[in-house]
Design a protein around this ligand. Structure first.
Ligand code: GN1
Ligand code: MG
Length: 359
């Protein structure tokens, strides 16, 4: 993908002194294009940065995404004590002073400092990894709990509105623009059977908070030696939202590899769930209301139902939203989410018992 862009020229528009050593594709995000960049300054010191091209099909107002990121990273920095292990990144300015650069083809680029000596996991049920990831996401929620929501843009409206995601699926199924509906009748019926549950959280008197909205395991950086949580990354979807979906999205991601074809490997693990619940609630129990704690298991189930519906909708629409590696990729992703949702549905009361042990 790097061949498509003149990265040297793009980087030269940012207010960073030095010689570009290299820029290479990095990570496996489904939405943006990400590059790792190394720059050597006059003193021969090498600094790493992340360069990203924002997907403007998904993020229609990327300048607002950047306003959100600047506001929340600055809020977190103000909270950090000197010996805090936790940190956040710094957004680099362009030479004209904006926190982004728009190239001649209207591509929207941003650069930020790269946090090094860390490890990320796509999927893990290791106790230390899960517990520390939970502590990190919990700390993120805790530090942002006094951030004024009025200062945050809703950058993807209805991102975790399950009724809307269900309606999107119904529309895609009925329109059937790629003639794929006949292949997914069973999966469509599966989601239809949950129709009455998609509005449940709206009736639970839950406070809106600053939420991350994409709390999968590989969005937390853990120290490469100690595994302690260092930073939460991928702040594009930070918006007003519900704690239950942030908690749920992490459980979803530790519980099964996305798109995994051997569905028997996708199973709810009460042990991993407990490690995550313990770490998360240790950091957040002071701020959470009783209602928020009560719906954490529901959040786990609903977010995996929602993500599966989004994958299936994209499959029906011809794979226009998520990047795919092969034609059935979104379908395989949806199938793995269905298996996860079934597991989470079966284990609601187990989750509830565990959660209430830690408050
Ligand atoms: C997308 O791009 P990435 O991988 O950070 C998606 C999330 C999904 C996730 C599933 C803006 O995130 O909602 O949970 O894929 N982000 C957006 O892996 O749609
Ligand atoms: Mg993301």
């Amino acid at each position: 993908m790097s061949l498509k862009f003149d990265l040297k020229n793009i980087i030269s528009h940012f207010d960073i002194e030095g010689e570009l050593l290299f820029a290479t594709p990095f990570g496996d995000g489904h939405i943006n294009d990400t590059f790792l960049v190394e720059i050597k300054d006059k003193k021969n010191e090498v600094t790493k940065y992340t360069l990203q091209r924002i997907n403007t099909y998904v993020f229609k107002e990327p300048d607002k995404v950047m306003e959100n990121i600047l506001a929340i990273t600055s809020h977190i920095k103000d909270k950090l004590s000197e010996d805090d292990f936790f940190t956040t990144y710094t957004v680099m300015k362009s030479k004209s002073g904006t926190p982004y650069y728009i190239d001649e083809n209207n591509n929207f680029w941003r650069m930020q400092t790269f946090i090094d000596h860390v490890i990320v996991y796509d999927h893990s049920q290791d106790e230390k990894v899960v517990y520390n990831a939970a502590k990190g996401f919990g700390k993120f929620a805790y530090y942002l709990s006094d951030f004024d929501l009025a200062n945050l843009h809703d950058t993807i409206p209805n991102f975790h509105n399950f009724k809307v995601k269900y309606q999107d699926l119904v529309n895609a199924f009925e329109q059937d623009s790629k003639c794929r509906a006949k292949e997914v009748k069973e999966q469509f019926s599966f989601y239809r059977s949950f129709e009455t549950e998609f509005g449940i959280l709206e009736q639970c008197h839950l406070p809106k908070r600053v939420t991350h909205n994409d709390t999968k395991l590989n969005n937390i950086l853990l120290d490469e030696k100690t595994n302690l949580p260092v930073a939460v990354i991928d702040l594009d979807t930070v918006m007003p939202g519900l704690i239950a979906t942030d908690f749920g999205d992490s459980i979803r991601s530790i519980s099964g590899k996305e798109g995994c074809k051997s569905l028997s490997q996708i199973q709810f693990s009460p042990t991993s769930f407990e490690h995550y619940a313990k770490g998360y609630l240790e950091q957040t129990r002071e701020i959470l209301t009783k209602e928020e704690v009560d719906v954490l298991p529901l959040g786990v189930k609903l977010i995996s139902l929602s993500l599966g519906m989004r994958f299936l909708t994209d499959y029906l629409n011809g794979d226009v939203y998520f990047k795919t590696d092969y034609p059935q990729h979104n379908l395989d992703r949806a199938l793995s989410q269905i298996k996860l949702a079934q597991e989470f549905d079966k284990n609601q009361s187990t989750m509830s018992k565990i959660v209430h042990q830690y408050i």
